[in-house]
Design a protein around this ligand. Structure first.
Ligand code: ADP
Length: 612
């Protein structure tokens, strides 16, 4: 559920209970920080301030001129003056509108540049966050902060800030002009305006609650569509014959939505009736009191004066209404800023040290010394892990699921940092090496292959953007996927589909092996898929992996005997500890964890491959 401003309809003048509860604390430091984003654009902002001031004054001026048009032009029967005043009035209106255009352009320009700066800074910052940030934060939440929250910031700069300024200027100028004409009527105006904006607030409230209900309904509809019209959702619906039930569910919410929409638009209709009735009472009151003053008390009020006062009164409703409502926009925007700053302030957990090392050569010797690790405080995952992997050799890590195998290998490219002990690369602690160096030398083929929507070529070039056609084909050949690619009509330009869904698991894995080969890392980490592949795919992957292991320093998280046999040494991990180590022959006879794994898991693999 998105937070304040995240999903709620913006521009509504009432806060949800959730927003009220999460009302941010506005401190001087927060305001200062917000205004620091305006700083690079202070010149443009100054221009905005000036144009707001000028256009607000200009837009009131025609109302003041009306008095002279009536008194001097019409009642005074002076045609020349009348024409002059009319031209002046039109000219000022045109001027106000032109300045208004300039103002909105500058406004949008500043707001867009600020969110451009903020989005870039946020993207850079998020890319530096460690893997644990992405595993523990909801992806939707991250995206909401990047999009709607930052958009809320645009709204406060482009709308809220300028609205406060222009409305205040309009009110002050209108009030001053009214007092100058007649203080009694001006005072009457000051009482009338806020009094008659209150009912519109209540009418708005009803509408708001309907809008919210409609919003929830629409969320529900989106949820159903997302669930049932997605690839895997549709598969489930079809296979379980749930089409009718899903249709009924959809139809029900859809009907509810229609009812709400009709009520909402009618509430809007009543809302307009209230507004137009109420705002016509004010001028009538002014006419009445003005007339009484003029007729009974011999005041020096003219017809023109009263017309001016009524016109000015009409100009005050909107600003008062908007200023009364601005508080909500303001609080919402502050909440957006707070949420954005929360992300900015998250420390970068895994970063280069100041004098990070960039050795000239890399051998690929890895050593784990008394390594301890925990994802969450107090829940130890790895305990006292010790092993060395010499350049050119290979190690297989085996163990029950959840024992910590992936965690061990994730420490090498520093997806996470050790809590105790150290991991060294060619004798240097990985935390002392430059991250870009370290990651360039460590290649990982993970269990879950991630291919993005594009062609096979695009996915391969991700590892080496300047690879030649020959290099691409060579990598595919070595990954045992070339034959498959050549069979495709479009070859390397075949689309892989959403997340590679158009390919089989085995094909995806072999493409990701080709991808890592293009990267040509010093150390290869291969996290073998646990999910069963058919024996042909398995054999193809095996044929791709075997020579790689021979020629390259590698760590294999293995689930199949053939992979295990390819390694020089086997580490058996259980509950985060290395409980046995050695060669297959030695371990299989030892009668420990390995023997059990062999009997229950690996042996089946032999039977399977044997069947082929
Ligand atoms: P294996 O690769 O042997 O199946 P893992 O290294 O993936 O095991 O996981 C070891 C333990 O760490 C498991 O108990 C798992 O629940 C936990 N774990 C894995 N990843 C995370 C994470 N990002 N946050 C918290 N706990 C995790």
């Amino acid at each position: 559920m998105p937070g304040p401003g995240g999903g709620g309809p913006r521009g509504q003048h009432y806060m949800t209970e959730e927003e009220k509860a999460q009302r941010p604390k506005v401190t001087g430091a927060l305001l200062l920080r917000i205004f620091s984003y305006l700083k690079p654009y202070w010149k443009q902002f100054l221009l905005v301030l000036i144009s707001i001031f000028v256009s607000s004054v200009f837009s009131l001026y025609p109302s003041i001129l009306t008095g002279r048009i009536i008194d001097e032009g019409l009642i005074g029967r002076d045609l020349k003056k009348l024409i002059m005043l009319i031209i002046l009035s039109l000219g000022v209106t045109l001027g106000a509108n032109l300045i208004g255009v300039l103002e909105s352009y500058l406004n949008t320009w500043i707001a867009q540049h600020i969110i451009y700066d903020m989005r870039n800074a946020m993207y850079l910052h998020l890319q530096k966050m460690s893997q644990s940030f992405f595993t523990s934060n909801n992806q939707g939440d991250i995206i909401t902060r990047m999009t709607s929250d930052i958009d809320g910031v645009r709204s406060i700069i482009a709308n809220t800030l300028t609205s406060i300024l222009s409305n205040s200027v309009t009110l002050i100028v209108a009030m001053a002009a009214m007092f100058q004409k007649n203080w009694i009527l001006a005072l009457l105006g000051i009482v009338i305006v806020p009094l008659f904006t209150i009912p519109t607030r209540n009418a708005g409230k009803t509408r708001w609650s309907l809008t919210r209900e409609a919003q929830e309904c629409s969320d529900e509809i989106n949820g159903i569509l997302n669930e049932t019209l997605s690839v895997s959702g549709q598969l489930l619906v079809k296979l379980f014959g749930r089409e009718d039930a899903e249709y009924e569910r959809y139809e029900k919410v859809n009907r509810k939505m229609i009812g709400l929409n009709i009520r909402e638009s009618m509430a809007g209709r009543w809302f307009r009736v209230v507004i137009s009735t109420v705002s016509s009472i004010g001028p009538m009151l002014l006419y009445l009191v003005g007339g009484i003053l003029m007729m009974k008390y011999d005041s020096d009020l003219t017809v023109g004066d009263i017309t001016v006062l009524v016109a000015l009164l009409g100009k005050m409703y909107m600003p008062v209404n908007q200023l009364l409502n601005i508080q909500v926009d303001w609080i919402r925007s502050m909440a957006n800023f707070t949420r954005i700053f929360e992300y900015y302030d998250m420390p970068v957990a895994i970063a280069d040290k100041e004098n990070a090392l960039v050795p000239e050569t890399a051998n690929g010797d890895i050593e784990f010394k008394h390594v301890g690790f925990a994802y969450d405080e107090g829940k130890q995952i790895l305990k006292d892990i010790n092993f060395t992997l010499e350049s050119g050799h290979s190690i297989a890590i085996v163990g029950p699921s959840g024992s910590g195998k992936s965690t061990i290998v994730n420490l090498i490219p520093r997806l996470y940092d050790v809590k105790e002990g150290s991991v060294t690369f060619d004798g240097n602690d990985v935390r002392d090496l430059k991250l870009s160096f370290l990651r360039a030398h460590v290649g990982v083929v993970s269990q879950e292959t991630y291919l993005f929507n594009g062609t096979i070529r695009d996915n391969l070039l991700y590892a080496k953007p300047d690879a030649t056609e020959a290099e691409l084909l060579d990598a595919c050949g070595r990954a045992n996927i070339l034959e498959f690619i050549e069979k495709q009509e479009k070859g390397l330009d075949t689309l892989v589909g959403n997340r590679g869904l158009k390919l089989s698991g085995g094909e995806k894995q072999r493409i990701s092996i080709a991808r890592v080969l293009l990267k040509d890392p010093t150390i290869l980490i291969f996290d073998e898929a646990t999910s069963a592949l058919d024996s042909i795919s398995e054999k193809k992957i095996q044929e791709a992996i075997d020579p790689l292991v021979e020629e390259r320093t590698s760590i294999l998280i293995a689930h199949r005997l053939s992979t295990i046999l390819a390694a020089d040494e086997i580490l058996v991990v259980k509950d985060g500890e290395i409980v046995e180590r050695g060669t297959h022959e030695k371990l299989v006879d030892a009668g420990g964890v390995y023997t059990e794994l062999y009997e229950t898991q690996f042996k089946k693999g032999i039977v399977k491959t044997g069947e082929k």
